[in-house]
Design a binder for this molecule. Sequence first.
Ligand code: GTP
Ligand code: MG
Length: 669
Amino acid sequence: MKPVTTDRIRNVALVGHGGAGKTTLAEAMLLESGTIKRAGSVEDGTSVCDFDPEEQRRGISVSLAVAPLAFDDHKVNLIDTPGYADFVGDVAAGLRVADLAIFVVSAVEGVEVGTETAWRLAEAENIPRAVFITKLDRERASFDRTLAALKSAFGNGIAPLELPIGQENDFRGVIDLLEDRARTYSDGTATESPIPEELASTEHEVHEALVEGIVVGDDALMERYLADEEVDVGELAHALASGIASADVFPVLCGSGSEHVGIDRLLRFIIDEGPAPTDQGGPPAALVFKTVADPYVGRVNLFKVLAGPVRVDDHLTNVRTGADARLHQITTIRGKEQEPVSEVPVGDLAAVAKLTDTTTGDLLTAPGSTATAEPLTTPVPVLATAIRATSKADDDKLATALHRLDDEDPSLQVRRNDRTHQVVLRGMGETHLSLAIARLHDKFGVEVDEEPVKVEYRETVTGTAEAEGKHKKQSGGHGQFGVATIRLEPGPPGTGLEFVDAVVGGAIPRPFIPAVEKGIREAMEHGGVRGFPVVDVKVTLLDGKHHSVDSNEMSFKMAGSLAFRSAMADAHPVVLEPISELVVTVPDEFQGDVMGDLNAKRGRIQGSASLGRGDAEIVAHVPTSELQRYAIDLPPPRSMTHGRGTFTVSHDGYEQVPAHLVDRLSADD
Ligand SMILES: Nc1nc2c(ncn2[C@@H]2O[C@H](COP(=O)(O)OP(=O)(O)OP(=O)(O)O)[C@@H](O)[C@H]2O)c(=O)[nH]1
Ligand SMILES: [Mg+2]
């Protein structure tokens, strides 16, 4: 592809609900620009952007893909993002480097949860936005219904720039409201045609509304418009472009990705009205927005040039690690294809391989650079699962594979819990976690089994008990002997062990007292009557016995541990469970269901408040064990809130497990 200047680059993220038609639209634009000769399809796994075997198997995009095309001496970098809620991390990353977000909305389903989620992300970063209503060829498609839904969801900035000609299987073209011209398509080929009679008055009406919407943002134009002076299309297009760039006007275009209608107009719009990237100026700088663990070349970082250009063999510095990042090999990426390039202009997207410790969100700069970049927003994981390697061979490979998996997916958290001896994966949902496990197998050759994440119960006591621990081994030769008498009682919440030495008269020689404490601590870690670690207790070492020859540290460690175990059994032991503070955000109409469900989960509602925009926030304290599947119960489309609920969870201390629930608990489970 011919190198272009920054003003001729367009970085366009395709965002929207799962299945709306983003990947198909990308394919249609690649075909329209002549970048590909034949359109592939999502169904048979031949699309450019859904190249990952998991995407082809599931028929959905699971990570962002970049696909550049050339059109009218411009370079358009399409960033096809996944619509499925679990992969929102890649939507945020795609939006971070886009200069324009195109919301792909199905004319059948209209505005959906994924559309709203992506809109909130783009709004938070004030990214210029436009909408493409697709699938107008489908049965039950409706442009008017979808447009109304867009206006009610996203406000008056929504401005139709086109109208469809025909609908459902009669859908055959679009009317350009700015130029007052119509185009009809057959087999993807466009023909200029007069505006159909039956649409002329609507067209005129909507054209007027569009012009008004545009001139409102430009005082000089407004004055002339009110004075009935002629405002030509070029001036309107210019004012429109600045309304888009300032994220005040959100034009709506329409068509069909699979029927290839309106695609040429969409590309024209991106070139003529879409904003170009900005140049931060100064020495070379680049932001990494995606990392891929490529089976052949290893780690590949996708980056956007913020200042530059950047060239092969440039020595940049990773601002996070301070490490040298020499750009050995730079490539442009289209789907899974890579093509080496020697230079990347400012604003463009490219990839670099083999940078040792560079990952998503890292900024790479040349000495003296003042370039800055906000950290990428990574969504907080909401669902966890534990994995165990199925064999020793798999276990040997697991750590490296997890490291590579973690590297390419910032919204996946991998943790080894040394207390429960589990490797825990935390992600955005069931699909996200099952994909991670599939990748461990398919991409990194590691087989694992899944198991429930163990809840970290604790034990403590509610009563006081005294007990003696006697460790005696005297069968000839150097024996072992130690006796410790302790009092065990409850300690303040949130503490571990308060150990009090009340031994008098040298009943236990000074040097051996720490050994008693050590034995008690180990017994606490090892677990109480139900095998869970013991916390919040006070132990007073009251008395003991020793033997001048046979007593040693080991003897008194054992004596401490024995005394603790027998006192624990008599001190009314109870099990403590972790409690989470849950903050749920839901549309008002779901409040009742959510609160009812939380009550059934032994939750205590702390409060609820309206957030405005029809949303409410509910705060509750809920046993963590009851929330293991909350990411499945609350947000997904089929759940209580039909995909519109979000939540955050944080640890909020421990509470006693109700007696009727204790019997089913055991650390061995
Ligand atoms: N009739 C019709 N079907 C379409 C059109 N665009 C996409 N589809 C179909 O809609 C389904 C989803 O299309 P995709 O392009 O995968 O949608 P997506 O938005 O990329 O979905 P995710 O990657 O899961 O977010 C596929 O079966 C497409 O063939 C269209 O314009 N008309
Ligand atoms: Mg897709």
